[in-house]
Design a protein around this ligand. Structure first.
Ligand code: PCA
Length: 228
């Protein structure tokens, strides 16, 4: 039976009117369907909501019963794709989630584990992609907003459901369509809590969409290697 990858992404949230992870997930599904026909890819949007994302992720994991979970989120202001290493048990951000929930120093799970490490092959993927000249890094903070929350919950809920699967998070920079210059005034705002990098100069760095799609597909392939 085909191995199944659950790929999650997010829609808009304050400061990000169009979330690039929607198009990136779609592109990664297409790329993987071609490159890895042995895999079944299920892409699901999660709400940018602390409580809502936990519920939606739990429902998706129960329904899909995946063999791996990769979650995508945008970190405006970063200039490379980040393989996140660690999720912490903390919700704390200056911006509200899409349900109007603003949290300050709240544990995701009271008395829960303080942190989880990614169980994706972070180091191996990073080394391989770097050697191929791809714009990637290992990141040691996924912020303290909904992305970190989903990363933490993916680890916790998959264990709770008895799914012993590789699970982790990839933060992407802002993207632009191939061959196009990023247009100014796209309304993208970097939030430090959301893993963003706030820069002094105007504008945020962008990567071409096709580059990021390729990297996501490679990480997925490293996570669920083909068996012959
Ligand atoms: N980025 C936010 C939440 C949704 C998204 O795409 C974050 O980094 O927390």
């Amino acid at each position: 039976m085909a191995n199944t990858l659950l790929l999650t992404y997010f829609g808009p949230f304050p400061g990000v009117p169009v979330n690039p992870t929607v198009a990136l997930a779609e592109g990664a599904v297409r790329a993987l369907n071609t490159a890895r026909p042995d895999l079944r890819i299920v892409a699901r949007e999660l709400p940018v909501s602390y409580d809502g994302s936990s519920a939606a992720l739990c429902a998706a994991l129960q329904e899909v019963q995946p063999d791996a979970l990769i979650s995508l989120g945008v970190a405006v202001g970063r200039d490379v794709v980040s393989l996140e290493q660690v999720a912490i048990n903390l919700d704390s951000a200056g911006i509200e989630d899409n349900d109007g929930d603003r949290r300050c120093d709240e544990p995701i799970v009271p008395d829960g584990r303080e942190a989880y490490f990614s169980s994706l092959p972070v180091r191996a993927s990073y080394e391989r992609l770097r050697a191929a000249g791809e714009p990637v890094e290992i990141s040691y903070t996924a912020g303290t907003y909904v992305c970190n929350h989903v990363f933490y919950e993916g680890q916790r809920i998959s264990r709770e459901l008895g799914l012993s699967i590789p699970a982790g998070f990839v933060h992407v920079p802002a993207t632009c369509a191939d061959g196009e210059e990023p247009t100014e005034g796209t309304g993208m705002t970097a939030h430090r809590d959301a893993g963003g990098v706030v820069r002094d100069e105007q504008g945020v760095p962008y990567l071409p969409e096709s580059t990021v799609v390729r990297i996501i597909a490679e990480i997925a392939s490293d996570t669920l290697p083909a068996v012959d």
